[in-house]
Design a protein around this ligand. Structure first.
Ligand code: SF4
Ligand code: SF4
Length: 480
C-alpha cells in the first residue's frame, strides 16, 4: 500500500507485514527479548495506584478474618472454602458452580464492551510483572538502553553483580508470592507452622511450595510477555470477543497517517503529513514488543504505556494529545469522540445485576443444612396401629456458632419422633452430625403408600432454620 498526497509521498510500506511474524520472534524463530522503556505519565500513575492497592489486598487479605473465619480460603486439600468469610461446603458446590458460570458470562460481556481493561489494570500477571519484577529490574539494571547495553557486554564484574543481585531478588520475591499464595490455600497459620517447623516435618507442602516458587520465578524472570501472548486462554479469546464497538487502546490512524519524522517549522498538514512523527516511542515502551500503529493486536494487553509515551511526544511537539487513546474502532474510523453508548450502559447494568445475583446466592445459602435420607433397603413397619419409618439425618452447621437444635415433622400432623436418646441436638460450629431417628404416624393418618412429608429443624428459640421434603412410606393403598 502506498500513501500519497499532492505534496508528499512516502515509500511503499507493507502495513500488513506485521501479521507475518510474532513481535517477540525474529526471522529465525528465536525469541526477541523485549526491553520496554520505563513508562511514565498520567495512565502509568493511575495504574500504579491500582496495582499498589491490589498488591496491598493480596498481601493483606490472608490475615483478615470475619467471625473468626478467613476472608478468603480455597483449601482444596481439606475441601474447605471461605469466600468473604462465609464457609462453603461440598453441599454448596452448586453455588460455586453457578458463581463460576456467572463469572464466565461476566468476563465475556465485560470484554465485549470494555476490551482488555482487565489485562492491563487487574491481571496478577501484569501487576507482578510490571509493578514488582520490572521495577526491580529498572532499579538494578537501569532503563531500556542500559539494560540492552548490559546484556550485550562481556561477563565482567559489573554484569555479574547486577545479574546475580537481580536474580536473587527475583527468587526472594517468587518465594514470598508463593508463601502468600499458600496462605489462600492452607491459611496463614499453617504456612507459619511450616516455616517454623521446617521442611522435614512438612515435606509434601514444602515440595509444593518449591514447585510454585520455581514456576513464578520462571514466569517473571524469563517467560514474561509470552504468558499474555502465547499461554493465556483469555488473550486467545480476544479475537472472537471484541468488535468495532469495543473499547481498547487504539492508534488514531486517520489523524496519525501519513506518518513522518518531525521537522521544525514545518506545517505538517500543508505537506500532507499526519500527526505521527514516527518516533517509535510507543513501540519501545510496549512490554509485549508490538507496534500499536498496526492496529489492534492479540499481543496488546491494554497496559496504556503507549498512550503515555505518545502523549508526552505530542506535548513536546505541540500537537494535541490522544493520538493513541482509549477508543472504539468505530470512533477512530468516524473521527468521533469517545461516548458511553447505550450498549455500554445496558451491558454495565446487566453486569451489575450479575454481581448482585452472585451476592444474593452467597447471602441466601443459610447457616444450616439438614438432610433426612432413608437407609438403603429400609421400609416401614407397623406396630400397635402405628406406622414407623427410619431416617438417617445429616446436620451441617455452616456457621462458627454452636447451635442447639430440635427436629419436628411439619407435615403431616401427629408425628412422633424417636431420637434414640435426647431430642435436643447440640451442633458445634462448622460441625457435621449424623444420626438415626424413627418417625411414627397413627395408621389412620397415612393415606398413601408414599406420603409427602416435610421435616423441620428449629433453633432453641423455636425458629425454623431449615426444612427437608421427603416421603413417608406406608402399606399400599387402593386409590380412593
Ligand atoms: S509515539 Fe506517537 S508519534 Fe511517536 S511513533 Fe508512536 S504514535 Fe507516532
Ligand atoms: S500496544 Fe500499548 S497498550 Fe498495548 S501492550 Fe503495547 S504499550 Fe501496552
Amino acid at each position: 500500500m502506498s500513501i500519497q498526497s499532492d505534496n508528499f509521498q512516502v515509500p511503499e510500506i507493507d502495513y500488513d507485514d506485521f501479521r507475518n511474524s510474532v513481535g517477540t520472534m525474529d526471522e529465525t524463530g528465536n525469541r526477541k527479548w523485549v526491553y520496554p522503556r520505563k513508562p511514565k505519565g498520567k495512565y502509568t500513575n493511575y495504574r500504579n495506584y491500582t496495582s499498589n492497592f491490589l498488591l496491598l489486598l493480596f498481601f493483606g487479605l490472608p490475615f483478615v478474618k470475619i467471625n473468626h473465619n478467613p476472608f478468603l480460603l480455597f483449601n482444596v486439600i481439606d475441601r474447605k472454602f471461605f469466600i468473604f468469610g462465609q464457609p462453603f461446603y461440598l453441599q454448596d458446590f452448586f453455588i460455586l458452580a453457578l458463581g463460576a458460570v456467572t463469572s464466565v458470562i461476566f468476563v465475556m460481556l465485560f470484554t465485549v464492551v470494555f476490551g482488555r481493561i482487565f489485562c492491563g489494570w487487574l491481571c496478577p500477571q501484569t501487576i507482578f510483572m510490571e509493578n514488582v519484577f520490572r521495577k526491580v529490574e529498572y532499579w538494578i539494571e537501569g532503563d531500556r538502553n542500559r539494560q540492552m547495553k548490559l546484556d550485550r557486554q562481556e561477563w565482567n564484574s559489573e554484569k555479574i553483580t547486577k545479574k546475580v543481585t537481580k536474580w536473587s531478588i527475583f527468587v526472594l520475591i517468587s518465594v514470598i508470592i508463593t508463601n502468600f499464595m499458600f496462605m489462600y490455600i492452607i491459611g496463614y497459620e499453617d504456612v507459619f507452622k511450616i516455616i517454623m517447623e521446617g521442611p522435614v516435618d512438612h515435606s509434601l507442602q514444602f515440595l509444593g511450595m518449591v514447585g510454585f516458587a520455581i514456576a513464578f520465578y520462571f514466569t517473571f524472570a524469563w517467560l514474561r510477555e509470552q504468558v499474555c501472548t502465547l499461554v493465556c486462554p483469555y488473550g486467545r479469546l480476544q479475537g472472537v470477543l471484541i468488535d468495532k464497538q469495543t473499547i481498547n487502546v487504539y492508534y488514531d490512524f486517520k489523524r496519525g497517517e501519513n506518518r513522518s519524522k518531525w521537522r521544525n517549522g514545518e506545517d505538517r498538514k500543508d505537506v500532507g503529513k499526519g500527526d505521527c512523527i514516527d518516533c517509535h516511542q510507543c513501540v519501545v515502551v510496549c512490554p509485549t514488543g508490538i507496534d500499536i500503529r498496526n492496529g489492534q493486536q492479540l499481543e496488546c494487553v491494554n497496559c496504556t504505556a503507549c498512550i503515555d509515551a505518545c502523549d508526552e511526544v505530542m506535548e513536546k511537539v505541540g500537537l494535541p494529545k490522544g493520538l493513541i487513546r482509549y477508543a472504539t474502532e468505530a470512533e477512530i474510523e468516524n473521527q468521533e469522540k469517545f461516548k458511553f453508548t447505550s450498549r455500554m450502559k445496558v451491558t454495565t447494568l446487566f453486569l451489575a445485576l450479575l454481581i448482585g445475583f452472585l451476592g444474593f446466592l452467597m447471602y441466601d445459602r443459610g447457616s444450616m443444612e439438614a438432610k433426612f435420607i432413608k437407609p438403603a433397603g429400609s421400609t416401614f413397619f407397623i406396630r400397635d396401629k402405628k406406622i414407623t419409618n427410619t431416617f438417617i439425618y445429616t446436620l451441617l452447621n455452616k456457621s462458627n456458632e454452636q447451635k442447639k437444635l430440635s427436629i419436628k415433622v411439619i407435615s403431616p400432623k401427629h408425628a412422633e419422633i424417636d431420637f434414640f436418646g435426647s431430642d435436643k441436638i447440640t451442633l458445634k460450629g462448622d460441625q457435621i452430625l449424623k444420626g438415626n431417628i424413627n418417625i411414627t404416624f397413627p395408621e389412620k393418618d397415612i393415606k398413601f403408600s408414599k406420603q409427602n412429608m416435610t421435616i423441620g429443624v428449629f433453633d432453641e428459640k423455636g425458629k425454623l432454620i431449615d426444612s427437608f421434603d421427603t416421603v413417608f412410606e406406608g402399606p399400599f393403598q387402593l386409590p380412593l
